[in-house]
Design a binder for this molecule. Structure first.
Ligand code: GDP
Length: 486
């Protein structure tokens, strides 16, 4: 129901359909078991096979994680420089650099890839992940130990260790079947950032996956949600359909499983929610992300056409009431409804304008519209801890709303919609400062978009339209060349 607030929601399922297990210390990470109190029970039920595989992954993470004998041996082998055999403990180490939305998408992608390939997922410890999120796996850590010996910070796309580079220089692969060719290096660097190139993208081909299966350590750098392309790799297809019979809930389940904001973030989220959002009859989240180039006349992210787009989207789709042009109190209808609008943006200008609009003119149906925005950071500072904590907090606040309007192209919005399970209205990027028509459209699914998805058809060995291979992987609404699961 629309009027649900945390205190009113009874019977919430704190284990999220079995995604979470009992036994974590509640006090050291309150968000883990309190998430359900602030979110509607999901209509998406995780499959029992997904739950089984999560438990198996947890056991593997514990068996091979930092501090274990297996881990120490694996690190020794890593440095020995010899091609060695695979053991039970093989690793996927994800380096981290991007904004918070991107980070959540890439961690979820890497986790699923690790699960599919029976690897332990470890994360860069220097990008304050530990300040943002609690440990998701019981009895072990997902942060790489400080004494990890590789200088991964220096790896680039053109490093000799990069897989694309190895292919290009014919260190591996070549004309022979890559799955059969010679010995494997102890580690390979996978460069999967948005500006990756042809050889890097061969990561998404079956033969290359066969080859990589024999490499004990994969060091991955990415800033993208690459899961849609995993659905196109034949050897993963069966497993993926068993894990996710409802295909469009992949990120939804993984995000609820993996991400639990640390106590100080959770405290600010829940305090804000209770102070400003809980009592409203309906909560409308509006995520405003401006990718426009700033001109001489438009500074500080203030674009009148974007404001117009937000309002026309919200009113046309009846997410917010129209405002009356005449302010004749005698003719005004009254109702006792309150809508709380939660905006997130780097600037406060949009929320100020929306608030002003509803203060100066009453809503035609008499609804009270209140507008809140937790922060306005002005510009992106992805190396700043406090800044990143605010970003996480706002992603979670957005995910607690009842209706979501997001900005196309933005992973910040994808993360919120995935956590909440709400199908958002997406505002498309405008061209030449003209409000697009329609100003927004309902998304096809709650899944994030893989922005720079490869378009190489591995089997045909030429470029192709990968949005047409299977019915459930299509081009995104907001990024025409991207791919998303629907
Ligand atoms: P994307 O660039 O929109 O795909 O989203 P990301 O989250 O990956 O990167 C944008 C970064 O800019 C965020 O992580 C924040 O650091 C900052 N940012 C952008 N929009 C907001 C916002 O609405 N609120 C806050 N607090 N930070 C934002």
């Amino acid at each position: 129901p629309d009027d649900m607030s945390p205190s009113q929601q009874i019977g919430y399922d704190k284990f999220l359909g079995g995604l979470l297990i009992e036994g974590f210390n509640e006090i050291s990470c309150r968000s883990r078991y309190q998430f359900a109190r602030y979110h509607k029970n999901s209509t998406r039920i995780p499959s029992s096979y997904l739950l089984e595989r999560l438990r198996r992954q947890e056991a593997l993470q514990k068996k091979c994680g930092p501090g274990t004998r297996s881990y120490m041996q694996a690190v020794q082998h890593l440095m020995s420089g010899q091609g060695i055999n695979m053991t039970d403990c093989n690793y996927l180490f994800l380096t981290i650099h991007a904004g918070l939305g991107n980070r959540m998408l890439e961690i979820a992608s890497a986790f699923l890839y690790a699960l599919l390939t029976n690897r332990i997922l470890l994360l860069d410890r220097y990008k304050e992940i530990g300040d943002l999120f609690c440990e998701p796996f019981p009895g072990t850590s997902w942060l790489i130990p400080a004494d990890f010996p590789l200088n991964y910070g220096e790896f680039t796309q053109s490093s000799p260790e990069s897989y694309g580079n190895m292919l290009q220089n014919k260190v591996v692969g070549g004309n022979t079947d890559r799955s059969l060719s010679g010995s494997r290096p102890p580690y390979v660097f996978l460069y999967l950032d948005g500006n990756y190139e042809f050889h890097d993208k061969l990561f998404f081909c079956e033969d290359d996956q066969q080859f990589l299966q024999g490499v004990p350590w994969l060091i991955m750098r990415t800033d993208m949600y690459f899961i849609p392309s995993l659905f196109l790799i034949p050897s993963y297809q069966d497993e993926l359909s068993r894990l996710f019979p409802e295909k469009d809930a992949v990120f939804h389940h993984l995000a609820r499983y993996l991400f639990h904001p640390t106590n100080s973030i959770w405290y600010s989220v829940t305090r804000y929610y209770r102070s400003y959002l809980a009592r409203a009859d309906k909560r409308v989240g509006i995520q405003i992300r401006i990718f426009e180039k700033e001109g001489i006349l438009q500074r500080n992210g203030k674009f009148p056409h974007v404001l117009q787009q937000i309002l026309s989207c919200a009113q046309k789709e009846k997410l917010l009431p129209e405002t009356s042009m005449t302010d004749d109190a005698a003719t005004a209808t009254e109702n006792n409804r309150t809508i709380a609008v939660l905006t997130t943006s780097l600037t406060s200008w949009y929320s100020d304008q929306i608030r002003e609009k509803y203060t100066e003119h009453r809503a035609v149906d008499g609804t009270r519209v209140e507008v809140y925005q937790p922060s306005h950071e002005e510009y992106q500072r992805s190396r700043n801890k406090k800044h990143n904590m605010k970003a996480v907090a706002e992603i979670y606040l957005l995910s607690m709303t009842d209706v979501l309007i997001t900005s196309g192209f933005s992973t910040f919005g994808y993360a919120a919609q995935g956590l909440s399970g709400l199908t958002p209205w997406i505002m498309f990027r405008s061209e030449n400062h003209v409000v697009p028509d329609p100003p927004c459209r309902r998304a096809m699914s709650i899944e994030p978009c893989f922005h720079q998805a490869p378009y190489y058809d591995c089997k045909a060995k030429r470029n192709g339209d990968l949005g047409k291979v299977v019915p459930f992987v299509r081009h995104c609404e907001d990024v025409s060349w991207g791919l998303k699961v629907v």
